[in-house]
Design a protein. Structure first.
Length: 104
């Protein structure tokens, strides 16, 4: 996963504040990436009920600040474009990242 490498070269980015958020199958991908790339300071995943098993397994293996959020009743496609799920997709990870970075 290249983003942490690129972000650490940017002066406006605090290297000690790089987090990763994965939605749907990306929830499993970012947590596995964070297991080997320790530039991520916190990682969160949001999954629909039909794909949560991938994220659940990956989050269980992750170390450091981590959070998993399952959106009950949502399919993985719902997380991208159904307004009723947006508060769940954004609110919990936002609060988690603020807490993990000491901002809230």
């Amino acid at each position: 996963m290249a983003p942490p490498g690129f972000l650490t070269t940017r002066g406006e980015v605090g290297a000690e504040r790089i987090c990763a958020l994965g939605i749907c199958a990306g929830g499993g991908s970012v947590t596995y990436a964070a297991q080997t790339d320790h530039r991520f300071k916190a990682v969160a995943s949001v999954s629909g009920a039909d794909s949560a098993y991938v994220s659940r397994e990956a989050v269980a293996c992750a170390t450091g600040p981590k959070e998993s959020c399952e959106v009950e009743g949502a399919t993985h496609i719902d997380l991208y474009d159904k307004e009723e799920y947006l508060p769940q997709v954004t609110a919990k990870p936002h609060g988690f990242f603020r807490s993990a970075l000491g901002d809230g």
